[in-house]
Design a protein around this ligand. Structure first.
Ligand code: SF4
Length: 370
């Protein structure tokens, strides 16, 4: 089934590490962008596509007013065949929500919310440039539950300035104990051109070995707290996996709207340019091609090995891969504690996830060699 992604590229303040498509909005920009989004949805060439997830990502979707949120949602429902019981998620900054706001969104159909909490330590949050404190994050989770949205996800960042193994695990424990159902634990990557791209910040982040250790300990701690890992960076109480994000890794299709939004639809990958002003001026511009003929075998391995359930060797063979010489690679990986094999499926362990790029390249190289 298809998913719908809506990108809201506005934030109250830019975080120091962020390179997402987002800016601090000028007066009237969110309203103009909302109208542009609706035009782009109305003009999408195919209507009535059966869809069971809608995901408002950003940026900070919680900067939309209730009216703007409803207008966008109505446009999606009018254009596509949005199934009853669909998962409807919005990312939110904990510093931007009130109970009334969340109750209104809940009434419109929002049933999942994802808060970028990141850490329980004020010094770490301040250095990241976040606008919220940990107590505001706790309050946002409570408000969300009061508003009837109890399918709550929280983001945690690992390997950030001033973080130690103890402070990271304290964040994991405290955030997991808020009654959320899902946790995304991402490792900080310093992106070129961000405020974090400097020696001063590099000297404040834990070294690679410590970050690996933090990740492995976080995986164990989350498991003890009832959050089962299902993807490299994603953990949930069983049954609360993100249906929308799973589409990205299982090869299901999705259609993205808004500046920088990516789509995989009709067997093609395409995206919208990340120029927000240009999108407002010309929301129905032809999308840019990312890949007009994605390689199904490569994508299956590349995306599937991100998941704890891994990939099927039979499926690799069905997709035209040569699995005749892969056993020695698998044995080496299993011996090194990086992979597990069960029946015809192979999957990476948490240790394997830490070096997943290299393993995935080796598997692809092995099965695509003529
Ligand atoms: S709130 Fe999110 S999207 Fe906005 S600047 Fe911070 S990290 Fe980037």
């Amino acid at each position: 089934m298809n998913g719908i992604y809506i990108h809201i590229p506005f934030c109250i303040k830019r975080c120091s590490y962020c390179d997402f498509c987002s800016s601090v909005p000028k007066a009237g920009a969110i309203e103009s962008y909302t109208s542009a989004l609706i035009k782009s949805i109305d003009n999408f060439p195919v209507g009535g596509v059966p869809s069971d997830t809608i995901y408002f990502g950003g940026g900070t979707p919680s900067l939309l007013s209730e009216v703007q949120f409803e207008r966008i949602l109505n446009a999606v429902v009018k254009k596509f065949d949005v199934r009853r019981g669909s998962e409807i998620t919005a990312e939110a900054n904990p510093g931007t929500v009130s109970e009334d706001y969340l109750s209104s969104l809940r009434k419109m159909g929002l049933n999942r919310i994802s808060f970028g909490i990141q850490s329980c330590k004020e010094k770490e949050l301040y250095t990241l440039g976040r606008i919220h404190s940990f107590s505001e994050a706790c309050k946002a989770v409570e408000l969300s539950k009061k508003a009837g949205i109890d399918n709550i996800s929280a983001d945690i960042m690992l390997g950030i300035p001033y973080q130690t193994k103890d402070s990271a695990l304290e964040s994991v424990r405290k955030i997991a104990s808020l009654g959320v159902k899902h946790i995304s634990a991402y490792m900080l990557k310093i992106e070129p051109g961000t405020r974090f791209d400097c020696e001063e910040i590099r000297s404040l982040i834990p070294d690679d070995d410590t970050v690996s250790d933090i990740y492995l300990e976080a995986v164990k701690a989350l498991d003890r707290l009832g959050f089962k890992q299902y993807e490299i960076s994603n953990f949930s109480v069983p049954g609360y996996e993100s249906k929308h994000n799973l589409k990205y890794w299982t090869g299901e299709e999705y259609i993205g709207f808004g500046a920088s939004a990516h789509s995989f639809f009709g067997g093609k990958r395409f995206y919208t340019d990340d120029n927000i002003e240009e999108f407002i001026k010309n929301p129905c511009a032809e999308p840019l091609t990312e890949d007009s003929e994605p390689d199904a075998l490569e994508e299956y391995i590349l995306l599937g090995l991100r998941l704890c359930k891994g990939i099927s060797l039979d499926r690799i063979a069905d997709l035209g891969g040569d699995i005749s010489g892969i056993e020695s690679l698998i044995s080496r990986m299993i011996f090194g504690g990086l992979m597990i094999k069960s029946g015809d499926r192979i999957a990476l362990t948490p240790e394997g996830f830490l070096v997943s790029n290299g393993i995935i390249s080796s598997v692809i190289e092995k099965v695509t060699k003529i």
